[in-house]
Design a binder for this molecule. Structure first.
Ligand code: F6P
Length: 531
């Protein structure tokens, strides 16, 4: 498939386009491009006029989308076809937030009723918790929820909670992800054992970090209560029998399905700890925002389709234009964790070097993805964005509403974001000759996506998430790679498993350990005072 892409005349023409345009110059010469190269969805505006795009390039990108079967791939995604080829299954995250009267038949069974049944079960627990009707081992109501999970079984909950919690919620959320027991120990200090629900979130229910933390939490709670307390645990997984073996009561076992990727699972029961803390209403709003983007993605023409255009721009500039990264810059402190969430979505989905049919790619695919609250980033890595030799897509995400800000603060965030966007696009020619002028020159022409929306709330957050899910899908479709598997994470896990006895100082390193690993193990042993 890679050969097909690189042999495509339109791809070759796009290679020539990639070397040419400077977005600042384009904007100067054609002010009308701001409107022409922006797309709106309700109050959300996505402005890609600061990308080096011309009308001819846009036409070629749209032709490329048709040539690579993007419309067919979109339809396949929504209708439950096997779009995750290496694992032989569909990727039905859109079904997780579908309307109850929708229908997606997989293997002869409509998955939508199952999805809604599980959401209803989750809602019942959430309402009970929030009403103070669910008690702990001494009868007092649950007031803390601890999410034990990692990656896609944690990042969305943490990110959305940070964005949506107002601080007056009846339950407090705590999250534990890493295998280092200090994280859990810190949580013990902040919770009341008799008033805590532990949610063990793991699609596979085999993840080392999560299962280790879950067992420790189980034992800790049993020690506090003087007996095992399964009713203060809930589980979310695609493996019901593993949850049962762990000891979770049936009423507290929530199901997701093999066709939900962990990083796409937030709108399912994986969102239970989020819904318990911010409420079912906001959880449903989050789903509604996602659903709006799903509808847009499925129904809008290619040229008017926001995720399609963003995906095409990414595939083109990364594949052919020397762009080596994507940086997310939310201009709102509540979106502090959004870059990390999108990082997993982007890098786990697009970090592939083989096409869907197993051919090595001969063009760059996924890049580094990172980010930070935009205003803070201006005072750390923006120097690199403006004058470094690297080239990345800078995506500024800016809510417009300022009604809740003190008067002196109004306008400052928007001005900061727009100022940076303009500087990145236009740059500044050196004023004069010599070293001083060179140090003050900005090349400009940096690709910038500006995302403006009315305010940060559950709906707008849902839209942002779904926009990126589908943008990633389009990029993957152009490059011919599978965005729904992640085989690359397995090897390190396997090697680590074999090293545990030696890392604990209980055994010699396995024969497979190389010299560098042996040296590190021995060094660590000496630092611990071992042999
Ligand atoms: O190691 C990566 C990964 O498999 C992610 O894809 C996933 O979100 C995370 O680990 C957690 O997996 P699980 O939900 O199965 O515990």
């Amino acid at each position: 498939m890679s050969a097909v892409l690189t042999r495509s005349p339109v791809w070759r023409a796009l290679a020539r386009d990639a070397a040419r345009a400077h977005s600042g110059a384009l904007l100067r010469d054609d002010p009308g491009r701001a409107e022409r190269y922006s797309l709106a969805l309700d109050d959300l505006l996505v402005d890609f006029s600061r990308h080096p795009l011309t009308d001819a390039t846009r036409d070629r990108l749209l032709e490329l989308a048709r040539e690579r079967g993007v419309p067919e791939r979109i339809e396949a995604l929504f209708t439950g076809a096997v779009v995750n080829e290496s694992e032989g299954r569909p990727a039905l995250h859109t079904a997780l937030r579908s309307a109850p009267d929708a229908s997606v038949v997989v293997g002869g069974e409509d998955v939508v009723p199952q999805v809604h049944r599980e959401l209803e079960r989750m809602a019942a627990l959430v309402e009970g918790l929030r009403a103070g009707e669910v008690g702990g081992y001494d009868g007092r109501p649950i007031r803390h929820v601890v999410n034990i999970g990692i990656g896609g079984s944690e990042a969305g909950v943490t990110m959305a909670h940070e964005a949506l919690a107002r601080g007056d919620e009846p339950l407090r959320l705590h999250t534990v992800s890493g295998v280092d027991g200090r994280e859990l120990a810190a949580v013990w200090q902040r919770i009341d054992p008799a008033a805590t629900l532990f949610c063990v979130a793991s699609k596979s229910f085999t993840t080392l970090e999560t299962l280790t933390n879950a067992r420790t939490a189980w034992a800790w709670l049993a020690a506090e209560a003087g007996r095992a307390v399964p009713e203060q645990f809930a589980g979310i997984s695609a493996d019901d029998s593993a949850m049962a073996r762990f000891g979770l009561p049936e009423a507290r076992r929530f199901r997701i399905w093999p066709w939900v990727g962990g990083r796409y699972s937030l709108p399912s029961a994986m969102g239970l700890p989020l819904a318990a803390t911010v409420g079912m209403a906001r959880f449903r709003e989050l789903q509604a925002g996602m659903r709006e983007v799903d509808r847009h993605f499925r129904e809008a023409s290619l040229a008017e389709n926001i995720p399609v255009m963003l995906g095409l721009l990414g595939a083109w500039q990364i594949g052919l234009g020397g762009v080596t990264g994507h940086v997310a810059l939310p201009y709102h402190p509540g979106l502090r964790r959004l870059p990390a969430y999108l990082q997993q979505l982007d890098m786990e989905s697009l970090g592939k070097s083989a096409t869907r049919d197993g051919e090595p790619v001969d063009y760059p695919t996924g890049t580094s993805f990172w980010g930070e609250v935009g205003n803070n980033a201006q005072h750390s890595f923006f120097q690199w964005l403006h004058q470094g030799t690297g080239r990345v897509i800078a995506e500024l995400q800016v809510p417009c509403d300022e009604a809740d800000l003190p008067a002196d603060h109004r306008g400052l965030t928007l001005a900061s974001a727009l100022g940076q966007a303009q500087a990145l696009a236009h740059g500044q020619a050196p004023a004069g000759e010599g070293a001083a002028a060179a140090h003050r020159a900005y090349e400009g022409g940096r690709p910038v996506t500006l995302v403006l929306f009315r305010r940060l709330d559950a709906r707008s957050l849902g839209r942002l998430i779904a926009l990126h899910e589908h943008r990633v899908f389009v990029q993957a479709s152009i490059w011919g790679i599978n965005p729904f598997d992640q085989w690359g994470v397995e090897l390190g896990k396997q090697v680590a498993k074999g090293l545990i006895p030696a890392a604990r100082g209980e055994a010699e390193p396995p024969a497979t350990a190389d010299a560098a690993t042996r040296q590190a193990l021995a060094w660590a042993q000496r630092q611990r005072g071992g042999a």
